[in-house]
Design a binder for this molecule. Structure first.
Ligand SMILES: [Zn+2]
Length: 280
């Protein structure tokens, strides 16, 4: 890992990833590596994980999580009971990685859509286990919920979803448990069910936003597993998309890359109102 001398930005130089295949999967020809009987999923499964064959970091820190054996499944097509299985696997893998002495941050995430560089269509996420807290993940340890009815998308008995007031992305959401928890393992069974329910609901709204499947990034911010003292971290999930309209990318370009400031053409309040209206 190298560190930029001016900005302190950490850069993982991973030349080996240039050789990973881009899998334009065709389920009919049986070429999907994660459909049942594929290279990475030789046996039937409900949810499944395996080490990434093209890891971005050494020492078994990169894993792939398969959400469903159904090549075409989405968060909105999966039942709440099935989504709970995905969450249980996130919990199991976070727990297994967090106990390692050389893991501080367990970063659970998903990139969906070729627009965001996803190389496999099949519904899946990933986990990176860092040996340090990345800068932004550390900054998110101080995040706390803010309640603004104009930014609320939806609530259930144990979770809330809202648009952040100063989102850098045209589509951005934050989800958090109403009762504070610091990591996935400490969620109660009721909170896990609530998370499954709100993910199913919110992801369905996102796909209805532009009436076409939305490319998005999703990630989970959880506590620093090396910290010996307890802090006030509040587990939360962020979901963002670069689309400012149907099939319309908002590119992060010179004025943003060069200054670190963002110009967002979508008003967060109007996004919240639109998504609040997109219930099933
Ligand atoms: Zn598949």
């Amino acid at each position: 890992m190298r560190i930029d001398p001016t900005h302190g930005t950490k850069v993982h130089v991973v030349g080996s990833r240039q050789s990973r295949p881009v899998l334009a999967t065709n389920v009919a020809s049986g070429s999907c590596p994660v459909c049942v009987e594929g290279l990475e999923a030789p046996e039937e499964y409900v949810v499944r994980w395996f080490p990434n064959r093209w890891p971005a970091m050494p020492d078994e820190r990169c894993e792939v999580v398969l959400y469903s054996p159904d090549h075409h499944a989405t968060w909105s097509s999966m039942t709440v009971a099935h989504i709970e299985k995905v969450i249980e696997l996130w919990v199991e893998r976070t727990d297994a990685l967090a106990v390692r002495d050389n893991v501080d941050c367990v970063f659970v995430f998903e990139n969906r859509g070729a627009e965001l560089g996803a190389t496999i269509e099949h519904p899946h996420g990933q986990i990176y286990a860092f040996d340090h807290m990345p800068t932004r993940s550390r900054e998110r340890l101080t995040w706390t919920p803010r309640f603004d009815s104009h930014l609320t998308v939806t609530n259930n008995a144990s979770w809330r979803c809202a648009v952040p007031a100063a989102s850098a992305y045209p589509v951005a959401l934050e989800l958090w448990p109403t009762e504070q928890r610091q990591d996935l393992m400490s969620l109660t069974s009721q909170q896990r069910r609530g998370l499954a329910d709100i993910l199913h609901d919110v992801m369905s709204r996102l796909d209805r936003l532009y009436a076409t499947p939305l490319p998005y990034m999703l990630w989970i911010n959880q506590r620093d597993f090396s910290a010996t003292t307890t802090h006030d971290h509040w587990l939360h999930i962020e979901i963002v998309s670069p689309w400012r309209g149907p099939n319309l990318m908002r590119y992060i370009a010179a004025a943003e890359v060069g200054t670190g400031e963002y110009f967002n053409p979508v008003t967060p309040e109007s996004l919240a109102a639109t998504l609040a209206d997109r219930a099933e």
